[in-house]
Design a protein around this ligand. Sequence first.
Ligand code: NDP
Ligand code: 8X3
Length: 249
Amino acid sequence: MKTAFITGASSGIGWAAAVALGRAGFRLVLAGRRRERLEELARELGAEVPTHLLTFDVRDRAAVEAAVASLPAEFADVDVLINNAGNAHGLAPIQQGDPADWDAMLDGNVKGLLYVSRAVLPAMTRRNSGHIINIGSIAGHETYANGNVYCASKAAVAALTKGMRLDLLPHHIRVAEVNPGAVETEFSEVRFKGDTQRAASVYQGYEALRAEDVADLLAFMVTRPPHVNIAEVLILPAAQGAATVIRKE
Ligand code: NDP
Ligand code: 8X3
């Protein structure tokens, strides 16, 4: 049984990825800050999917290192790492941006991904085997008005994915990036700081992706034979043409 480590498993894409990879026969390390959500997910997965829960903030390097070091032997040899934890905080012109939001995005989406990868990688390089999927975004490839720092954080994920793929090539570690468009999750609730009406309006008038749509893709990618790396995927709702171009009914 292979082991998959999923960050941001307490919600949205990460949660759905856990369900899809559990069904595909993986043992799962599930990480997030909200312990009770991870426990609920483990219950939903049931006894047939072995799970180990890790509660930490990806921005806290010492906590990341301690959590990964604490993995029991049967979960320590991570085969698949899905760097999914992340969020947008705010949507404002740069001149009105809140530096606390900038810190949250750059520290979480960029440095958090680095901290988790750095902590997990020895288990892969030692075995010359592994598969890392970074969850980027259409926003990392197309900067839109007011998206400034979130877009920059995801552009960094795109650059890091390419850098990691090159550096880890000698170790037979596949590195890939999945770039979703609009997915209806808690993402907009977080971006708009709990304004549920504003968050809901993001997904009104068209059919957004469901987290399960992205999870299906992730399950497909991680079950390809070892010589195949689906290196970069843009996955959009059929109604989305570009980051801010959506056909609404
Ligand atoms: P959700 O808000 O539903 O989930 C975000 C997840 O990330 C949660 O499980 C949250 O867990 C975790 N997380 C956030 N910050 C931290 C942190 N500092 N430390 C640890 N865990 C953290 O959003 P999505 O599922 O939509 O987002 C998942 C990824 O997909 C993100 O990287 C996002 O940028 C990306 N994405 C989303 C799109 C969308 O339209 N929804 C489109 C393109 C990309 P907890 O709060 O428990 O810590
Ligand atoms: C999330 C999608 O378009 O809101 O990454 O930036 S978008």
